[in-house]
Each structure stands twice: as structure tokens, then as C-alpha cells.
Design a binder for this molecule. Structure first.
Ligand code: PLP
Ligand SMILES: N[C@@H](CCOP(=O)(O)O)C(=O)O
Length: 420
């Protein structure tokens, strides 16, 4: 990592050792005095910075979940359900088949609303209270809206979600509806919904809680802290590589920030940073295109399509943070087909790990990179699975076994089992 992009200077804008910094021009801003999502001067993405960065010792005896890591966060506690402390599953049959030194699956679907977004919302909704906003809003392919609705409800706040009509899985809409969000179904795709929400936020009509909001990513970086701690406890070393599904590229940005901060704090060396490896669906792969073609920024894909609706995204807003994350850690990005995603979803389910299609892109991507010889057989790998199987019941039913009709008697059941 050539440039850690972290400074030792604490600017006058800092509040209790916390400030916002522009990743492009370096300008600093007070964290909670005003609402801002990007730099006032150059419109660059903002990042939360801290005067003091913790090491792993600082987390000892601190309980579990996102707020175990409060020393690495802007507050001691957030609006919590609680979240984090997700399992790092062993998957021995898949590990054998893929043929790597070790393979673990970090299942973020085990968060309160069934996706990693909860880690971001526990911090983001706490900040919304701090800055004193009224309505919370997001654009969503489903999971962000479910999390925002639940955490908004928990915080007693009004929530508005904009969804691409006909492209959001049933479980996610049900969650947003029952947690009392106002749901606007837009005749357009996710990226167009986000354009509108950004506009609303700019006009002061709502507080934006997509991952463009730098505080969301602070919560999400705890995925990295959990992986590092648990992997080290189990194997005595950190993973060589983390493979994750990529949509708006918030998690990639958050994990990169996590590792930069650990290096800066002296908790790990640069050589111990896992290679960040993104997986996208072939029909929505602007990050893969940018990595393969060596572009400085992603091209916006206007037409995106994939069965993995959570990552049906053509304009990843966090690309300026995530592309350096992939490059500086020595990672890569890979596109996988919907069929490969479904096969990976079935195989994970065969190990008892139930995930939604987008989540399975990580395993599908790892398989492809093994085939290509990019991932070595001596590597220890963690695949991130980002959402629960029940988020998309239709996709699960399509990928799984068909129910078999049978007459209402034990004899009929036995006969059916013997014949089929
Ligand atoms: C289940 C799931 N996986 C992966 C992603 C992609 O994450 P990111 O936008 O942080 O790249 C999303 C949402 O974008 C998601 O809902
Ligand atoms: N998959 C996401 C898309 C929005 O991502 P965000 O992290 O920027 O909120 C979703 O669930 O809506």
C-alpha cells in the first residue's frame, strides 16, 4: 500500500478527535456540525478520520458485535438491535473442492435484518440523531431499505425508500413495509433511484443513508475487524484474501479503510493486509471492467441485468475508494454468470449456509479465479456472504428442490419414497 491516505495532523475542524476528510483534495470538515456527504470544494468522497487509532489489544474485554469496536468508531454506542458478531463458517466440502489452504465463509446474512447493511445503519442512524435531521432516505436494491426501515423504526424516525420497480426481492420489500418505511417504487434502475435521493438530500428534504454517507462505512469496516480477530484466533495468521460481492462498492471501501487503519495503528503490517477481491455479476460489472482495463474510474453502465438483484448496479458510487482498495492490496475483480452464482448458492446451502444470490457471487468468483490460476492453492481465503437466503425466497425456490405432492397417508409416503 503505497499511500495510506491517513495523516497524523489533527485539523481544527476535529470534534473530540473525529473529523471528515476529502479523499481527493484533503480538505477537513467538522463531523457533526452540518450535513454533508461530499467535499464542499471538489465534490470528492469523504472519509471519517480519527486522532487515535486502536490496536487489537484495545478491543479486549469489550463484548461482541459492532460496538465491541467503539474505539475505532465515532461513538461509544449507536442505535442498535444489536448487530455484528456473525459466524465465520467452516465449509469443508467446498474447501476441498476449491483446493485452497483454508476457506471460511463470513455470513453477514446473520445480522438482525439479514444483511451487512445493519452494521452501517447502527452508526448512520446514530449520526442522523446527532445532526438532528428529520426524514431518513435511501435508494435501494432491497437490503439497504430493509436495514434503514428497521433502524429508523428503532430510532423513532421517519424513513423513505426509493426502489427500482419490479427488481427488488420479496423478503426485502416485506421488511421495509412492516418496519413502516414509505416505499416509492420508481420506474427506473437503482442508480437512477440514487440520483433522485442524492437530489433530495442536496435540497435538504432527507438525510441520505446510502453508502455515500461516510459514517455508514465506519460500521461496515467492523466486518474486517471481526474477520481479522477470528481468523487469527483460529489459525494464528490473518487471511491472505477476502473475496466479496460488489455492487455500490461500499464494503470494498470499508474493508480497505479498516486495513489501512490497522496498518497505521501498527496492529498489522502492510504484508498482512488481505488481498481485496471483488466479484460482480457479468450483467453489472463496471468495477471488473475498470480493474481489467486499468481505468481510474468506472464507466456508468446504463443497462444492467442479473438474477442477483442486490448487485444490479451500474454506477458504483464508492469506486474512487474501492478501486485503490483492490489495487493497493494486490487483489483483483472477477465477473461471474448468473448460472455460476446459482451453483455457488446451492453449494453453500449444501453446507447449511443459506445465502441470497448476490452473496454467492463471492464463492463463484473464487472458483473462477482458482480455475484461472490467480488464486494459489497455498492461500487462506475468506468469502463474504452478504445477505440471508430468505431475502429472496423466489430465487431460493427456483434454485432448490421441487416439492413432491403425495397422498395423505404413511403408506403413500413410504410408497412414494420407494418409487422415487
Ligand atoms: C446482498 C448484497 N450483497 C452485496 C452487495 C454489494 O455491496 P456493496 O454495495 O457494498 O458493494 C449488496 C448491496 O449493494 C447486497 O445487498
Ligand atoms: N445492495 C444495496 C445497494 C445500495 O447500496 P448502499 O450500500 O450504497 O446503500 C441495497 O441493498 O440497496
Amino acid at each position: 500500500m503505497a499511500d495510506l491516505q491517513l495523516t497524523d495532523d489533527v485539523p481544527s475542524a476535529a470534534d473530540d478527535g473525529v473529523w471528515l476528510a476529502c479523499i481527493e483534495c484533503g480538505e477537513s470538515f467538522a463531523p457533526f456540525a452540518d450535513v454533508r456527504y461530499t467535499c464542499d470544494h471538489c465534490d470528492g468522497l469523504l472519509e471519517v478520520r480519527y486522532a487515535d487509532l486502536p490496536t487489537f489489544e484495545d478491543f479486549e474485554g469489550e463484548g461482541s458485535g459492532v460496538w465491541r469496536y467503539h474505539d475505532a468508531l465515532p461513538f461509544d454506542v449507536g442505535v442498535t438491535l444489536p448487530e455484528g458478531n456473525t459466524p465465520l463458517h467452516r465449509v469443508p466440502r467446498i474447501e476441498d473442492e476449491v483446493g485452497v489452504e483454508s476457506l471460511r465463509v463470513k455470513h453477514e446474512g446473520m445480522n438482525p435484518t439479514g444483511s451487512f447493511k445493519d452494521r452501517g445503519m447502527t452508526v448512520g442512524v446514530r449520526v442522523a440523531k446527532e445532526v438532528g435531521v428529520g426524514r431518513l432516505a435511501c435508494a435501494s436494491t432491497g437490503n439497504t431499505s430493509a436495514a434503514l426501515a428497521a433502524y429508523g423504526a428503532r430510532g423513532g424516525m421517519e424513513t423513505l425508500v426509493l426502489l427500482p420497480a419490479g427488481k427488488v426481492a420479496a423478503g426485502k420489500i416485506a421488511q421495509a413495509a412492516l418496519h413502516k418505511a414509505r416505499i416509492l417504487e420508481v420506474d427506473g434502475n437503482f442508480d437512477q433511484c440514487l440520483d433522485i435521493v442524492q437530489d433530495l438530500a442536496q435540497r435538504g428534504e432527507a438525510y441520505l443513508l446510502n453508502s455515500l454517507n461516510p459514517f455508514r462505512l465506519e460500521g461496515q469496516k467492523t466486518i474486517g475487524l471481526e474477520i481479522m480477530e477470528e481468523h487469527y484466533a483460529d489459525y494464528g495468521e490473518y487471511p491472505d484474501r477476502i473475496v466479496l460481492p460488489v455492487g455500490n462498492a461500499g464494503n470494498t471501501a470499508a474493508l480497505y479503510k479498516c486495513f489501512r487503519e490497522l496498518v497505521k495503528a501498527g496492529a498489522i503490517t502492510e504484508e498482512q493486509v488481505p488481498k481485496l477481491t471483488g466479484a460482480q455479476a457479468e450483467g453489472a460489472a463496471p468495477m471488473v471492467e475498470a480493474i481489467e482495463e486499468g481505468l481510474d474510474e468506472t464507466r456508468r453502465w446504463e443497462d444492467v441485468e442479473t438474477r442477483a438483484t442486490a448487485i444490479r448496479i451500474g454506477n458504483p458510487v464508492n469506486a474512487p475508494k474501492a478501486l485503490p482498495g483492490i489495487r493497493e492490496t494486490g487483489g483483483t475483480a472477477v465477473a461471474v454468470s448468473d448460472e455460476e452464482i446459482t451453483e455457488a448458492q446451492r453449494d453453500l446451502a449444501g453446507e447449511g449456509v443459506g445465502v441470497e444470490p448476490a452473496s454467492a457471487a463471492s464463492l463463484a468468483g473464487l472458483r473462477k479465479l482458482r480455475e484461472r490460476g490467480v488464486v494459489g492453492d497455498d492461500e487462506s481465503v475468506v468469502c463474504l456472504t452478504t445477505g440471508h437466503l430468505l431475502k429472496d425466497p423466489d430465487a431460493a425456490a427456483e434454485a432448490g428442490n421441487d416439492p413432491e405432492p403425495v397422498a395423505n397417508s404413511t403408506e403413500a409416503v413410504l410408497e412414494h419414497l420407494a418409487e422415487n
